[in-house]
Ligand binder design. Sequence first.
Ligand SMILES: [Zn+2]
Length: 232
Amino acid sequence: MTIAQSLLALQDTDQSLALRRREYREIEVELASEGGLPELRDKCEKTRKRELEAKVETARLESDLATLKDQVGELETRLYGGSITNVRELTAIETEHSTTRRNLAQVEESIAPAEVAAEHARQQYEDLSKELEEREKSWETRKVELRLEMAKRGTVFNEMLKARNLEAAQIPEEDLARYTRLFRSNRGVAVVRVDRGVCQGCAVRLPVGELTRLRAADGPIPCSCGRALLTE
Ligand SMILES: [Zn+2]
């Protein structure tokens, strides 16, 4: 095998390794995301709190309603009970009576919407809890799948890497260093072929002198684009 052929073969291996590494990372990312469960749990918990708050609010309104009804009753007893002895007292009680009745009407009006809000929150919480339960179940299965997949891919990757390093050890150090540098800086492409005098990396036609130099060289030569080594 010529140096150029060895480098091309190594590049194939390295590209495949890079792809596998990306796929492995994707699994890692999916595992870390826990299938979006933390966000769903958070949403569920917030809805549960909202339901609780809405229930507390409804209960508060109902208690206010009872208190105000009592107050109105008491005021009416005083107003119509015949115990009032002067006009000033009568006016004061009438004012309080109308204020209390107004408050009562307000509370009465607020109860229905508060109940609707509580029911809405309850329904939402119920739906979310059901969704959470289902997703937790399916995540359990998915998690096992992903872990198995990760272990499998990890083993294959390590084997490939070992073979790759043996492959690389056959290549002269200087050529390998140049290849490694370019592979990193040029997003996984270090060696490109020259096809009918054209660099397949940058699509530039090589000057005749360069072609001659390439044919005379025992390994790949750098292209003028600086991004790749050339071989025929
Ligand atoms: Zn080029």
